[in-house]
Design a protein around this ligand. Sequence first.
Ligand code: AGP
Length: 611
Amino acid sequence: MCGIVGYLGENNSIDVILEGLSRLEYRGYDSAGICIIDPQTAGLSSFRETGKLNNLKKVLAGKNLFSRIGIGHTRWATHGAVTADNAHPHSNELLAIVHNGIIENAGQLREELIAQGEKFYSQTDTETFLVLATRYYKQKMDLRWSVQQAFSHIRGNSAFVVMTAKGDEIVAIKRAAPLVCGQNNVNGDFFVSSDPYALVGFAEDIYFPEDEVICHIQKMTSGSMISFHDLEGKESSSFQKKKSELNADVVEKGEFEHFMLKEIFEQPRLIAQWLDFYVNGPGKEDVLKFQEYKSRTIHIVGCGTAWHAGLVIRDFVEHFNRIHTHVELASEFRYRDPLLKEEEIGLFISQSGETADTLAAEELCRENGLQTFSIVNTVGSTLYRNCVGNFLIRAGQEIGVASTKAFTLQVLTGYLCSRVLSKDFEGHNDLVRDEIKREVELLAERIDLFLKDSEGVKNIAQKIQKHKGFIFTGRRRYYPIALEGALKLKEIAYVHAEGFAAGELKHGPIALIDEDIVNIAIVSPELYEKTVSNVEEVKARNGVIVTIGPKNDAPLKEISDFYIPVDFEGLPNLGPLLVNVVNQVLAYYIALFKGTDIDKPRNLAKSVTVE
Ligand code: AGP
């Protein structure tokens, strides 16, 4: 949720940190700040502004500062209002700190510290850690030891980055929150961040520390170095070191106005690459290992778009394997006291691999002895490291807060898993593999064709964008697509939109229908007549009808105010993914006409790392 960037090297930390934070803006935030060593006073100097990062940039622009060390932060408020005082970094004359996550026992710690004479200046839980660490620091002037001591007192999922007024070291530590360190092998600079994406082009080597491992970056006479220690202060090897897989073009929108549109248009290429990896290439073996878990009950868990993907995947798993498959909202599942048996499987879907509720749900399954697997986009994420097996969706960095390409590849990956679990995949049945290959290739082709000719959808978006409300409807595998289409519209256009099972309309929601309500009705060849009847019911009540239906369907076109033809031919399983791209484009253009912040929608974060 919050963005963290720290730097220690030979360049101006302000430039590095502001660039890194700008790359994390997509995660959503409401204030930003930076702490450096002031060249005049040689002490800690913090600058904190509410609103967009540009507000902070404007304040810094006029000061002509240079500092070889610094920590920066974009805050998505959890404890404490959106004010400059509550913005990070929090600092005093000795230490400065940035934080991502929640300190669950902050209230109790704050009371104890106040009783011991400490003063607080903000409403944040973060300041508790600053006060605690400072008390220890005053004892030994040992930063790593101080952070180690303070961290052992706090509960909750958090990442902290701390620097001292001496300006020659940074310490970072986390528990079930994203945190990486980076190293530039040429100039010896070191970085720390909540997201490897902030280090693209700066660091070749990325370190992924395990929970409760202290990362210590120090400036020595012989140059800077990084070391890792456990909470007892012993050297630790509990970290992974990888070459940065991201490249600079990830950072650019290219010819697109928004990252979201770029990512929508990336889908045909990414589907083709996915196919090469999973059906024709090395990923084949990864997925085949899943076969040993066939006939096990599966609990599919996720949030938001990932949950919608799970709903589609459940249909595949039950259809092809006839085994019980549950789909759960992680935020409910983790508190529902679900019935879990150790021979069952947990399948967790997450683009970021850092969603707090999904992580907690996975932990619940693991604690109950289930084998846990992820369908995840982020290598080295907490979910990735906690699961016994991972199916990477290989979508590349998804910058737009509204998930698009990740959904498509989540469903595709889940579809493949469902086929692998089925009997007809025994003995690597090449016929099934060829069937999958043909349909996936056709899907990529159809999406590409649609995207190249999406002007019609743009025109419809312009005509319907001012309506009061939107209801998306669909049946069976298209019901989750209706839910997903409504979520996209809500997220980026800030309009009231709901997804319903088409057959559910007459059980209440049809009361919503009037001339100011638009029904985006997904009319797939399957259950066609029943779905057309639902369209008629809405039309009879003056609803505005937008149908997404089979091409050359004159009768359907006749009853529609707007008709979006789709070629379902040859897509018996993956048709929902083609329709979903239509909904992505529709939502995008409605938002564009409304002038909202499409890549960084209000109130939203790309990765919800807090509950
Ligand atoms: C989707 O457009 C939203 N940004 C949101 O629902 C998202 O899917 C959800 O927060 C889950 O995120 P994850 O996939 O990173 O776990």
